[in-house]
Design a protein around this ligand. Structure first.
Ligand SMILES: [Mn+2]
Length: 325
């Protein structure tokens, strides 16, 4: 395998040679892949290119402020052909979803990405597994293309960099992030407004659901394990969707002295979805695996069927054994 490295010169050459470019984001699109795509669209339009954006998935409402992101299309909506397909923030071909079909419709393929597991699956690859966001690499690519930053480009790049670094809090956050941020601020980036949209605003049903979750919070083993339960009725009373509970397990985990947290939510189909979290060095993925689930050492999940209290009791017992093991 070719060594992983940034390659903005080669990507720039491919872009300059192309008239029609398809820019592709990954499935379940996030702020980084959509920020990259929106930024590349603006840059390529400025260069006089014919550019189309594709994603096998819906743009989250929260990210609808990205300039031009309403131009995003499903790959089935365009037959091609394209001179160049450029994927952004896509770790492997599978993450392209149906966009993988555009490879065969494109004369050349290239990618800009930052996942260390990327198998360099395109013809030209600019991949840096150490970069905290793909938008960092897009900033460098714009420089190579001679495209000057403006406020709209800054909005796109800030969105990717801030979301992929957990609002500049993850260990991956490096000095280059802040050098790029300094350049983005020079354009008049509306930082406070975007920060609110990306990291503060919550839909009312979600705020109500937080109340239900906190109300259900119980501690075990002298506070070392936190458990929250959300029933089907809780979701109905709040008008909330399952996804509104996605990060609520952290309220338990963030308790001082708590080492592991569990959130169980009851689905409308009768399924039980368990979210397990741990603080390093504790690990919960093996607990999840024992029940047919999986994930990362400190963030894992299980889907099971059964009675809520009974099934949650089984998972909690396994977590207690793991804690004391
Ligand atoms: Mn990313």
């Amino acid at each position: 395998m070719e060594a992983m490295r940034r390659n903005p010169e080669t990507i720039a050459r491919r872009i300059l040679e192309a008239k029609t470019v398809a820019v592709c984001s990954h499935v379940n699109p996030d702020g980084d892949t959509l920020g990259c795509a929106a930024a590349m669209r603006l840059a390529l339009l400025r260069m006089g290119k014919n550019v189309s954006l594709f994603c096998d998935g819906k743009v989250p409402d929260q990210l609808s402020f990205l300039p031009g992101i309403d131009e995003m299309r499903m790959p089935s909506e365009h037959d091609g052909p394209f001179d160049l397909m450029l994927s952004v923030d896509v770790s492997d071909e599978k993450r392209l979803g149906a966009c993988a079909g555009l490879i065969a419709k494109s004369a050349h393929t290239a990618q800009i990405d930052h996942h260390p597991t990327n198998p360099l699956f395109m013809e030209e690859n600019s991949v840096d597994g150490k970069a905290p966001a793909a938008c960092i690499l897009i900033r460098e690519q714009l420089k190579e293309l001679g495209v000057k930053l403006d406020r709209d480009l800054a909005i796109c790049l800030y969105t990717g960099i801030s979301t992929d670094t957990g609002n500049f809090s993850f260990a991956s956050t490096d000095s280059e992030c802040f050098r790029v941020m300094s350049e983005l601020m020079e354009t008049g980036l509306p930082l406070a407004t975007l920060n609110r949209i990306l990291f503060r605003d919550r839909a009312m049903p979600q705020v109500r659901l937080i109340g239900k979750a906190l109300n259900s919070l119980s501690y075990y083993e002298n506070g070392q394990i936190a458990v929250m339960k959300l029933t089907r009725d809780d979701f109905a009373e709040c008008g909330a969707l399952s996804e509104h509970a996605d990060t609520l397990v952290n309220f338990g985990l963030d308790t001082v002295g708590t080492r592991m947290a569990l959130l169980v939510r009851e689905g409308t189909d009768g399924s039980l979805k368990f979210s397990l979290r741990a603080k390093e060095p504790d690990c919960v993925s093996d607990v999840a695996q024992a029940f047919g689930g999986g994930g990362h050492p400190q963030a894992a999940g299980i889907t099971m069927y059964g009675k809520l209290d009974e099934t949650a009791g089984l998972v909690l017992d396994a977590m207690i054994r793991k804690l004391n093991g």
